[in-house]
Design a protein around this ligand. Sequence first.
Ligand SMILES: Nc1ncnc2c1ncn2[C@@H]1O[C@H](COP(=O)(O)OP(=O)(O)OP(=O)(O)O)[C@@H](O)[C@H]1O
Length: 450
Amino acid sequence: MQPVVLIVDDEEGLLLGLKKFLEVQGYRVLLARTASEAREILIRHEVDIALLDLRLGKDDGMSLLAEMVAHHPHVAVLVITGYGDIPTAVECMRMGARNFLTKPVDHTLLLSLLEREWEDMRRRAEQQAILEARWSKEEREPFRSRHPLMHQVEVTIQKVKDLDVPVLITGETGTGKEVTARRIHYESVRKDRPFIEINCAAIPETLLESELFGHERGAFTGAVERTRGKFEQAGRGTLFLDEIGEMSLAMQAKLLHVLEERTFHRIGGSRPLTAECRIIAATNAPIERRVEEGLFRSDLFYRLKVIHIHLPPLRERKEDILPLAYLFLKEARLRYHRKVEGFTPEVERALVSYTWPGNIRQLKNVITNAVLLAEGPLIDRIDLPRAPGSRPSLKEGETLPEAVRRHTRELERALIEDALRRTGYHISETARLLGISRKTLYHRIREYGL
Ligand SMILES: Nc1ncnc2c1ncn2[C@@H]1O[C@H](COP(=O)(O)OP(=O)(O)OP(=O)(O)O)[C@@H](O)[C@H]1O
């Protein structure tokens, strides 16, 4: 993966010089000449590292730094200061900059700082992935609902787990489709074989085919070695196709062919390979509507939904809210070493009466935050997003900047939710409508539990 560096400077010569130098070193470089250009780029692109000149013409580099630290915490900021301006550099590091360089920029030093940041980021991402896998996937026992609406789901899981036919799981975002897919796999005879997942919406259409089927060396520019696709990686295990509703018609045709023939080819390959994995597909898009509109092939739809599991939203199974809330409380308490024991009766009532548009994911986020912020053994206040249209107000003990930040987040959440509804939960269309990348949209959906 190519690291993306944003350079913010108003000196044209320096910008172009650094851009050329870094591109030769394999970095992707984006340029901003003003603070507002930098803001625009940060919203629209996934930036890894920013090089920020504190002297930005009439703009104030320090305020931009503060904004970047607050709103784009994943971006590592290196500041460029005038020669000998050490107190400012120290202040910047205190504010959250990762390091500083003085002018004129020493290219060798810059390169070593960038490499160190990039290495750090990759290590953190790996550790995060290990933690995630340890905490939220196979090892943890998922909650099993006793609600009558979920009873049928349980019966179906038990009945079909060992069969060799596809399963389609539908339900709103955060209702537990992936958790259900994993349960089917790990409770089945395939449990010692791989469980491979792929998010069909998060991968650009041009890459999806090679991700799924793999490619031979030289199959296309950049195919430097033979690569096994997800079908091969899954072997005789399970392939989980998440967000299948977002798949293009061309890819749907290819997938249907694999389901019918049980064979596929790596891109550029002539030897047919056998697809032995079980397919579980999931979607939160209104897939029947997509079929009616001709956006999803009806033959593929019927083939996938041989077994159909629909997960009802949390608001339709309110009895599950408190058991889940206590489960997440226990998890967060252990994970963050907090001494929190439960909720006050008012908080319990608030949890049960809320509508949970982001379902279990949102409930989990809310409870984890509450555990982190709790001061006593009982959680006595809970932050639930306001109903749209109500007037902004200051919470007890909240400062103005805190309230502004909270309201900005609520506004952003509501706008994204609105855009998702308008496009019928079509990720690419929503990203286009909002003018942000699909990756950023994904981050936000997860962050806000949408
Ligand atoms: N039965 C369960 N027990 C414990 N946690 C659960 C359960 N179901 C869902 N969760 C938690 O809720 C969150 C969302 O679950 P999951 O990713 O399976 O939902 P999803 O329906 O696939 O969401 P999306 O449509 O957005 O991809 C995860 O953090 C998961 O750990």
